[in-house]
Design a protein around this ligand. Structure first.
Ligand code: GLU
Length: 489
């Protein structure tokens, strides 16, 4: 058995290891969620490692985006961030160790030779693999290649007849043959200064050993890497961790969610107005279900109490926008008004709305309270609040028709007159004015309400009319709009 049973006294140590070659992706964030939940469930440690050995594609702004995204989601790490680019000495030592033990060797095969090998294999209908031709070079042969000026890579020996077996915490017994791993693997590339750039599968193992990772939880696209990595653990004389390969996130067509699907970065979801709580809650459900499957709304800490791999699916998890929207609306509808206002402010600011002319904090909170129940995403508040941040109104088709109906001008004029004797409008007073106009003009209440709404907001639908009126009254816009509606129609 490769996977030894751990004592329960061992502290669980897990890690998320994003590569800063793009913004924090929903797939990486979901893997981070599962790692976080597992760590918290076991009172363990959640470690952050930035895998920035790919110098060409790694960028500091992506690292910032990843750190900010994880923080925003509340996935706070206990150790790190560790940067692989600052740990090159450690990898170099490990390469030397494998070279000294004869488990790794210098390979001088040129890219032209490798291309020719691949072509020949293709012609015979065989899968491409390195044929291990430099595995047993003599010192003289090596000297000869070096004299020719050939550069070398470091390859790690993979025995074809090896069977690699592990008990995956999600997928059960997994088994790979050494012969299916593409021949001896390159663990360090040639580099101009001769130091050799260590490659992904190798540095991951060196780091996971050094960081004493007990459980490697990552996407199932890493399964083939796991087979190779297990061999490296053995070669480096280290204890093999447990592995859990989580299901992929799929798009509506059932294919792996990719950049082509548009919104896939955490910052995109943030810009669309999803709250961190809703997004984390949703990601938790992408592949895992709680013990009580009717429970859909929970925070990280309560999910952590319940989390385990026995309820992580093997099948891919389809991304469901409706479900995410529903969860988001639940969080928004239950947020205290002050907190919700804080979340809405950046969206209003971005829309260019000005906070002058009586639009103070208490007014903004009342506005938030008015629209809260209709919000699905925070960004919805931009359109909903527009009429409260502009001087005039834009009439919809229905709004315009309403204002052209017979008797409307008289009704609106009667409201203006009634307002004149009311320096301080309140909900009761507003209701009273409507009643009074219904009576004095002998019209239906519906006509008064619809006309008032059309004059104040330009539309015949919208949030609570009395509250809308009060808000407009507080910033001195109700009279001017009523007058405007009379003179325009
Ligand atoms: N850096 C890898 C990635 O971003 C993750 C490696 C791992 O979890 O082992 O996909």
């Amino acid at each position: 058995m490769l996977c030894k049973k751990r004592e329960s006294t061992v502290t669980v140590r897990v890690r998320i290891a994003p590569s800063p070659t793009g913004n924090l992706h929903i797939g990486t964030a979901r893997t981070a969620v599962f790692n976080y939940l597992f760590a918290r469930h076991h009172d363990g440690k959640f470690i952050l490692r930035i895998e920035d050995t790919d110098l060409e594609r790694s960028r500091p702004e992506y690292t910032d985006n990843i750190l900010n995204g994880l923080r925003w989601l509340g996935l706070n790490w206990d150790e790190g961030p560790f940067f692989q680019s600052q740990r090159l000495e450690l990898y170099k030592e490990a390469v030397e160790k494998l070279l000294d033990q004869g488990l790794a060797y210098r390979c001088y095969t040129t890219s032209e030779e490798l291309d020719a090998l691949r072509e020949a294999q293709k012609a015979k209908g065989e899968a491409p693999r390195y044929d291990n031709r430099h595995r047993y070079l003599t010192p003289e042969q090596r000297a000869e290649f070096e004299a020719q000026g050939r550069s070398s890579v470091i390859r790690f020996q993979i025995a074809d007849d090896r069977e690699i077996v592990w008990n995956d915490l999600v997928r059960g017994k997994m088994s790979w043959r050494g012969s299916d791993l593409g021949g001896d693997m390159v663990i360090a590339r040639a580099s101009s200064d001769g130091s050799g750039q260590p490659l992904y599968n190798f540095v991951v193992v060196v780091d996971d050993i050094d960081m004493e990772i007990t459980h490697v939880i990552r996407g199932e696209d890493h399964i083939a890497n796991t087979a190779k990595q297990i061999l490296l653990y053995e070669a480096l004389g280290a204890k093999i961790p447990e592995f859990a390969h989580t299901p992929l996130i799929l798009n509506q067509e059932g294919r792996k969610l990719s950049k082509r699907d548009g919104v896939t970065s955490i910052c995109d979801f943030q810009d669309l107005g999803f709250t961190a709580e809703a997004l984390v809650n949703y990601m938790t459900l992408l592949g895992w279900s709680p013990g009580d499957s009717t429970q859909e709304i929970f925070d990280l800490e309560s999910a952590a109490q319940d989390f385990g791999f026995d309820r992580v699916n093997k099948a891919g998890a389809k991304f469901d926008w409706d479900k995410l929207d529903w969860l988001n609306s639940q969080y928004l509808h239950h947020k205290p008004v002050g907190e919700l206002t804080d979340l809405l402010m950046p969206f209003w600011e971005k829309a260019g709305y000005q906070f002058n002319g009586g639009r103070e904090r208490s007014w903004l909170e009342s506005l938030t309270g008015l629209i809260a129940a209709s919000l699905t995403r925070l960004v919805d508040a931009v359109e909903m609040a527009k009429v409260f941040f502009t001087d005039g109104v834009e009439l919809t088709e229905e709004g315009s028709q309403q204002l052209q109906q017979e008797g409307v001008k008289i009704v609106l004029q009667a409201i203006i007159t009634a307002l004149e004797s009311q320096p301080n409008l309140s909900a009761d007073i507003a209701q009273g004015i409507i009643k009074q106009v219904v009576k004095s003009e002998n019209v239906k209440k519906g006509l008064v309400m619809r006309s008032l709404r059309a004059a104040l907001t330009g539309d015949v639908h919208g949030p609570d009319l009395i509250q809308s009126w009060l808000l407009l009254n507080q910033i001195g816009l109700d009279r001017s709009r009523l007058n405007q509606a009379i003179s325009n129609n």
